[in-house]
Design a protein around this ligand. Structure first.
Ligand code: G3I
Length: 452
């Protein structure tokens, strides 16, 4: 076995006397989903709870959770122009169709994403040289084709995505540069014509709090409404950083609602520096709860969508190296504290994950006059972990002197052992063990171990 860390001085262990110790089974927090699915809790509040999805993954546990917990799906990439028309005039609707069919089979809404954006456009479009008239026709045809194809099947479209810079000026894009700001009104008008029943949104990021960018969006929506342009809602993406939910989130949602449009939180995630630990996950839960609570508090905030429900299907790690764990479920589909926070904000009973699914067993292996070896086994059944801390308090004069397969620290009588880089994952039905050498005097009682 590999010795990971020797946080404590060796004690010159002797193997003179050997005594087999006792084992004690103790329960740990985590990992059954709440009794009532999020979608039912949301419905009872008059809200919709959604997730972005990848079509190819909609089977097995991923499909089960997406179908059971959410009543709205957003294709994470499948409806973007680059996905549906990779070659001009040659369409690929496979993944988009699959997601729409899955949603219909599971009685879910679909949020269409997205029609006029500067990113993920096909190369034939971005590399082409177009007159304004040609560009306008291309955009109109694209909207007609895509919105028309899914007419009656899409609850809301992100018609225009990310039109603003941080300072509230218009972003320099294919559309703005070629067509001027009027492309926004035109895109909305064309979308309305193609599917009169779909709610039409403008969607952007860093517009969650009151700031220059959200104020520019506010002013745009106000002027569109005044001009009679069909605009039904604003999407606040909410790609947030741990501990940084804007204090003005609810106020901002309310000011848009007061303009007479709906508001949706369209792409919620809360990223953190990796590795995740129990403190960060608790903060993340508080952040998710704050966002949900702000939406629940405003009648016209109609939908909260997470941008991927599992850490195994999140854009964050590849875009922000060293960051991740941004979604409500871990990579093994175990609900995280954030999941329970969402449930509670939607009126569910508890933020405390049920106990008993993952357990920690502490055993004294051998014991001699001044020393002993200990082993802790973490086992999961009906649950899983992506990282763990095993914590206990020694009851007598015990001291961890050397640990392996975990990183242990001891302060006074309090011991905390974190997973190593390679054994944080404990799958459903699996277990992980770590060991340590310790010294003792007087007695060597078995402590209570908790998982965090
Ligand atoms: O499909 C290819 C695959 O064939 C290839 O092997 C792989 C190699 O990199 O790339 C795959 O494409 C990736 C695609 O996601 C599908 O996974 C692209 O590289 C990658 O750039 C793309 O990222 C997407 C990103 O938009 C692009 O800006 C994310 O999945 C998607 O979640 C993200 O979503 C956006 C919203 O649309 C708008 N708001 C911000 C949000 C996060 O960036």
């Amino acid at each position: 076995m590999r010795s990971l860390r020797t946080g404590f001085r060796g004690t010159g262990l002797s193997l003179a006397a050997v005594v087999t110790g006792a084992a004690l089974l103790l329960t740990a927090p985590v990992a059954h989903a709440a009794d009532t699915p999020l979608r039912d809790l949301a419905a009872a509040k008059g809200k919709v709870i959604g997730t972005a999805v990848t079509g190819s993954k909609l089977t097995g546990s991923y499909g089960d959770i997406a179908g059971a917990q959410f009543n709205s799906l957003t294709p994470g990439n499948a409806m973007k122009w680059g996905s549906v028309e990779p070659t001009q005039g040659s369409f690929n609707w496979t993944e988009a169709d699959q997601i729409v069919a899955f949603a219909q089979a599971h009685n879910q809404q679909v949020r269409g994403h997205t029609l006029a954006w500067h990113s993920q456009n096909p190369s034939w479009l971005t590399n082409g040289t177009w007159t304004s008239a040609q560009l306008s026709t291309l955009l109109q045809n694209h909207i007609n084709t895509e919105v028309g194809r899914y007419k009656g099947k899409i609850a809301a479209w992100d018609v225009v995505n990310e039109p603003f810079n941080e300072d509230g000026t218009y972003r320099s894009t294919l559309w703005y540069n070629g067509l001027g700001a009027n492309y926004i009104a035109n895109a909305l008008t064309w979308a309305r014509a193609a599917d009169p029943a779909a709610k039409l949104y403008i969607n952007d990021y860093n517009v969650e709090g009151v700031n220059a960018k959200s104020t520019a969006l506010y002013n745009l929506v106000k002027s569109l409404k005044a001009a009679g342009v069909p605009i039904d809602g604003v999407g606040l993406q909410a790609h947030l950083i741990l501990g940084q939910v804007p204090a003005t989130l609810q106020q901002n949602i309310q000011r848009f609602a007061d303009l007479g449009v709906d508001v949706a939180i369209t792409e919620l995630d809360v990223r953190m520096a990796l590795p995740a630990d129990s403190t960060k996950l608790a903060q993340q839960a508080a952040d998710y709860k704050a966002v949900l609570a702000a939406c629940v508090a405003v009648t016209r905030c109609v939908n909260v969508t997470v941008w991927g429900f599992t850490d195994s299907d999140s854009w964050v790690p590849s875009t922000f190296p060293g960051y991740g764990a941004a979604t409500p479920y871990d990579e093994n589909y175990a609900p995280k504290p954030a999941y329970y926070a969402i449930a509670e904000a939607l009126g569910g009973g508890t933020t405390t994950p049920p106990t008993g699914a993952c357990t920690a067993t502490y055993a004294v292996g051998s014991q001699w006059n001044t020393g002993f070896t200990g082993q802790v086994t973490i086992a999961c059944s009906g649950a899983s972990l992506s990282s763990w801390h095993a914590n206990w308090t020694f009851g007598a004069g015990q001291q961890v002197t050397q640990a392996w397969n975990a990183i242990c620290t001891q302060s006074g009588t309090a011991v905390s052992c974190a997973n190593a880089s390679y054994n944080g994952s404990v799958p459903d039905g699996g277990s992980v063990s770590f060991g340590f050498n310790g010294s003792w005097s007087g007695s060597n009682p078995v402590p209570t171990v908790t998982l965090g």
